[in-house]
Design a protein around this ligand. Structure first.
Ligand code: TEU
Length: 568
């Protein structure tokens, strides 16, 4: 007899917490976070109530991209600790009823991985494990424009690097130290599945799959569309969602036993639309549990402009985009719900108001709307504190490869330094990577942190927020508890209200005869609610609010006030 829980994926009621290990907790005073640091914080995570920890890469790596360049998939980098520490982390999580999801970075390896080292030799059996190609026809190898295709790397410059020793180029969609694996080769796939099984046997509960829809490439590799005035093609659709994506995902599922073992999977996907995401996450197939889309985090980006050209967010755009995903994935697929991760700026600075006056209320209200959508919510370390952007002002403050390359390339092309710095201040990945402030003094390390603390750490830190019942932290704790408690949060049908309203974000979630209504003022001014357009609140019970005390009626909302009503 099938148990109910076997047909209902367990992650539907789960909340995921992302640890970016470098910035989470440092146990040995070298200024870089590590596994023993994380082990020391498990009770903190349990207290917040999260079910799953997604651990960003801790594998052996030269750290060109902070570990997203892996040199050995089966070992822990000494910077972070040892395999024994990782085993202890897994055991510590399991003992507290939490699970561990590892980051799986298999679109590329590090150029220092043994596979790539072997592949450098043209006569090696591993030559075909990566994409080696001769110069463009009619071009001298190594000459300008001789790259096999016109693709740009996501981190700037061409996606091909010339290797003089063999006279050929290798493909790297990210840094030259991150060569792309050739998934067309069955040996590559077998090696990846074998490694995944090895981790599952070690006790991990699933995988967050880095840029997974880039693994199937359009063969043959050909030029992409070029925007006017651009030397290279930034046409992501050219390289994403290749023809064998579904086949590879299903094969991986079978070979690793993902469905059978009820493993958690989330695929990070650049350039995925709702229809494709529904195919990838369909409950009728064993492909992916859910995907990370980028649509709702590119709405403040000027399309076709310079990378990170800023555009003010339109609230109706954000609401409608999220609603389209809610409807589009429907009951067949499943959504991931996120505003932050290690690549995105802090949401309270981005879509909220990080001034001392409105920070707490806007952080809570952004959390409320996100967590009460249908899907699996993600909390990125520090988001539960309402942490704000780093506030860096000089190019030298940035450590991230993408940020540093961006600055060099933009200013090299004549973009004024102030404009490039303004873009970095808003969008740099380092905004999310400042060390986790555990105490007013910092408390992340006894040494010098690899990246400075946020200047707001004396006010925004774990110690202060644990002690304050009205803090952003306690609001997150309540939201997480609400999801565990109420079936309607997990399963309820989503309906957006007031789609065109520029100030109010309102929606309902409905399951059988139970309804939740979420209503939020997304501005720093008092806002009126058009009462005729929302369900009657006569039999409504207020279950959560962003303000310590809410007024009786909902006609007027304070700045960034949000309320959750339960109607039965
Ligand atoms: O991110 C993929 C990715 O697309 C990001 O580079 C993103 O587009 C960019 O940072 C937004 O400005 C994943 C990882 O999350 C990221 O940390 C890695 O650098 C990247 O893949 C390569 O592994």
């Amino acid at each position: 007899m099938a148990l109910v829980s076997e047909t209902d994926p367990w992650w539907k009621s789960a909340v995921v917490y992302q640890i970016y290990p470098r910035s989470f907790a440092d146990s040995d005073g070298d200024g870089v976070g590590d596994l023993r640091g994380a082990i020391g914080k498990l009770d903190y995570l349990k207290g917040l109530g999260v079910d799953v920890v997604w651990l960003s890469p801790v594998y052996r790596s030269p750290m060109d991209d902070n570990g997203y360049d892996i040199a050995d998939y089966r070992d822990v980098d000494p910077l972070f600790g040892t395999l024994d520490d990782l085993d202890e982390l897994i055991a510590g999580l399991h003992a507290r009823g939490m699970k561990l999801v590892m980051d799986l970075v298999v679109n590329h390896t590090s150029d220092e991985h043994a596979w790539f080292q072997e592949s450098r030799d043209p006569s090696s059996v591993k030559r075909d494990w990566y994409f080696w190609r001769p110069a463009r026809e009619g071009f001298e190898p190594g000459a300008q424009g001789a790259e096999p295709t016109n693709w740009a790397s996501f981190f700037g410059g061409p996606a091909w690097t010339y290797d003089e020793a063999s006279g050929e180029y290798f493909l790297h969609l990210f840094s030259p130290k991150q060569p792309d694996l050739n998934w067309e080769n069955p040996e590559v796939r077998a090696a990846v599945y074998d490694m995944m099984r090895w981790w599952v046997d070690r006790g991990v509960d699933g995988f967050r799959m880095d840029v997974i829809n880039l693994i199937s490439k359009p063969i043959p590799l050909t030029d992409g569309a070029v925007a006017p005035g651009q030397p290279l093609s930034y046409d992501v659709s050219q390289v994403a969602n290749g023809p064998r994506m579904i086949e590879f995902l299903e094969e991986m599922n079978r070979e690793v036993g993902i469905g059978e073992r009820r493993l958690f999977t989330v695929g990070e996907m650049i350039a995925v639309d709702v229809d494709r995401a529904r195919e990838y996450t369909s409950q009728h197939h064993d492909r992916l549990g859910m995907v990370f889309t980028f649509e709702h985090v590119t709405l403040d980006q000027e399309p076709g402009g310079m990378k990170w050209d800023l555009k003010p967010l339109s609230l109706p755009d954000l609401k409608r985009t999220m609603a389209r995903w809610q409807k589009g994935l429907g009951t067949e697929g499943w959504n991931s719900l996120y505003f932050e991760n290690h690549d995105q700026p802090r949401v309270v600075s981005r879509y909220g108001d990080d001034s001392p006056e409105h920070r707490v209320a806007s952080a809570k209200t952004l959390a409320t709307v996100l967590h009460l959508h249908r899907g699996t919510p993600y909390v990125y370390e520090g988001q539960e504190l309402g942490m704000i952007n780093a506030g860096f002002t000089t190019a030298g403050d940035y450590r991230d490869i993408e940020s540093r390359n961006f600055y060099t390339i933009a200013t090299g092309q004549g973009v004024p330094a102030e404009r490039a710095l303004a873009a970095l201040a808003a969008k740099s990945r380092d905004n999310a990577r400042t060390p986790m402030p555990w105490t007013p003094e910092g408390g992340f390390t006894t040494g010098t942190p690899w990246l400075p603390y946020n200047a707001a750490a004396p006010e925004i830190n774990v110690e202060a927020e644990l002690a304050d019942e009205d803090s952003v932290y306690h609001h997150y704790r309540r939201l997480i508890a609400l999801r565990h408690e109420l079936e309607v949060v997990r399963e309820g049908r989503f309906e957006l209200l007031l789609p065109d309203d520029e100030r109010i974000w309102a929606f309902t979630r409905t399951l059988r005869d139970e309804q939740l209504m979420v209503i939020a003022n997304m501005t720093s001014q008092v806002a009126g609610v058009p009462m005729g357009s929302i369900p009657s609140l006569e039999r409504a019970e207020l279950v959560l609010t962003s303000l310590p005390a809410a007024a009786d009626d909902v006609q007027t909302l304070e700045p960034w006030e949000s309320r959750v009503y339960r109607i039965r």
